[in-house]
Design a protein around this ligand. Structure first.
Ligand SMILES: [Zn+2]
Length: 156
């Protein structure tokens, strides 16, 4: 069974925020997101990429994102700390594979410093999970296509 995250929900963004009181607090990865952060680290390791979350000041939060249609954000603070924030109501509608997709996309920004890539293959399917969601390519993060997309994510 193929499932596509509707493009409308795929507004995945990257913000740069100035100093504010919030970024002075230690960053926390909420338990609900930790499993996906851990999966990101172990998938990276399978592509010879070593990531130690304990050395990165990166948080993960389930919150309400006020911008309509935005499901996830990577927020970079001027002091170097970063947050992945996912929109609670959208998040709760996703299955596990879709949640992984959202977190991996945002950690692609926050940890791998990847920017968007809307390259599509001959069938119109996005070749990267770093697609903007605003391009024309079609998302296909499925069990069968997952390993191709993870290879692209961690080796580009
Ligand atoms: Zn993005």
């Amino acid at each position: 069974m193929k499932r596509y995250i509707p493009n409308l929900l795929l507004a995945l963004s990257c913000l740069l925020m100035g100093s504010c009181s919030k970024d002075a607090e230690p960053r926390i990865v909420e338990a609900e997101l930790q499993v996906y952060f851990d999966a990101f680290v172990s998938e990276a390791a399978q592509h010879q990429l070593e990531i130690d979350l304990s050395t990165l000041d990166i948080g993960g939060y389930v919150q309400t994102i006020e911008t309509t249609g935005t499901i996830g954000q990577c927020i970079s603070y001027t002091n170097g700390s970063k947050d992945v924030v996912v929109d609670e109501s959208n998040w709760n509608r996703l299955d596990a594979l879709e949640k992984e997709y959202v977190i991996f996309h945002e950690l692609g920004h926050c940890i791998l410093r990847r920017s968007h890539n809307d390259t599509e293959n001959a069938s119109g399917v996005c070749e990267s999970i770093m697609q903007s969601g605003e391009g024309l390519c079609r998302s296909d993060y499925t069990i069968s296509n997952r390993s191709n997309l993870l290879k692209e994510l961690f080796t580009k």
